[in-house]
Design a binder for this molecule. Structure first.
Ligand SMILES: C[S@@+](CC[C@H](N)C(=O)[O-])C[C@H]1O[C@@H](n2cnc3c(N)ncnc32)[C@H](O)[C@@H]1O
Length: 233
């Protein structure tokens, strides 16, 4: 995917942390090439024929959420995007330990993949504890922005869920504002507990646990991709 990255994709995050232990490095060298998605257009061909749906996680960090969801939902194909190789290596260790066959990885920015995936190919997308870029001058780096919602809107099926969570109140407000302005997404909340309490099938992520241990509660925003026929009859 690196080579396919179109010019103009700015990147401000980190790609490497401390040197990987030999076991993790071996997984990066041997398992990652088998699971890496090089061409998002071929998505239907890479999962087993009995796969019922494909779900995406953008910025999976250490992969604990993705691995647990993949273990619970063996009939769903999972794509995880994460440019931070130490996080990718952790996900690979879960895939290897649990023998997960329904996980594929893009060890890169999610945006080029989103531009490759076929229309209406995803049943769910997770954006969990995305970098909040708290300084006002950096806000435009946030993944949740009109351009990326356009990308997601194209690749999400009618009725598919976009799940956003954050422990940063300013980022939550921002995400809500951006999504409410987008004609293709509908915020499903009807009462405060709908955004204060995580969905039933929730798996805590590392950043969520870190926030909780500091006494910070998170918010959970669920958006539904509106049916195309209702918007463009
Ligand atoms: C704050 S961390 C949260 C990680 C994880 N979701 C969690 O909750 O523990 C945000 C992650 O998003 C990744 N990220 C940032 N921009 C991204 C992009 N454009 N595509 C894919 N991943 C991205 C970063 O590398 C980082 O690991």
């Amino acid at each position: 995917m690196n080579e396919a990255r179109p010019r103009g994709f700015d990147w401000h995050g980190r790609r490497h942390g401390k040197k990987l232990r030999p076991g993790l490095q071996a997984l990066v060298d041997t398992l990652l090439p088998k699971l890496r998605i090089d061409d998002g257009r071929q998505i239907n061909a890479i999962f087993q024929a009995n796969t019922k749906d494909v779900w995406l996680e953008i910025g999976f960090g250490g992969g604990e959420h993705l691995a647990e969801q993949a273990a619970r939902n063996p009939d769903i194909g999972f794509i995880g995007c994460e440019p931070y190789i130490n996080g990718v290596a952790r996900l690979l260790s879960f895939v290897d330990r649990d023998g997960l066959e329904n996980v594929r990885i893009v060890d890169d920015d999610a945006r080029p993949l989103l531009d490759q995936l076929p229309d209406a190919s995803l049943g769910r997308a997770y954006l969990l504890f995305a970098d909040p870029w708290p300084k006002a001058r950096h806000n435009k780096r946030r993944f949740m922005n009109p351009e990326n919602l356009d990308r997601l809107s194209r690749v999400m099926k009618d009725g598919a869920e976009l799940v956003f969570a954050s422990d940063h109140p300013g980022h939550v407000e921002w995400a809500l504002e951006v999504a409410l302005k987008h004609p293709d997404f509908h915020w499903t909340a009807r009462q405060p507990n709908d955004w204060r309490i995580p969905p039933v099938d929730w798996v805590q992520t590392r950043y969520e646990k870190k926030a909780l241990s500091n006494g910070i509660k998170s918010s959970y925003l669920l958006f539904e991709r509106q049916p195309r026929t209702a918007i463009n009859p």
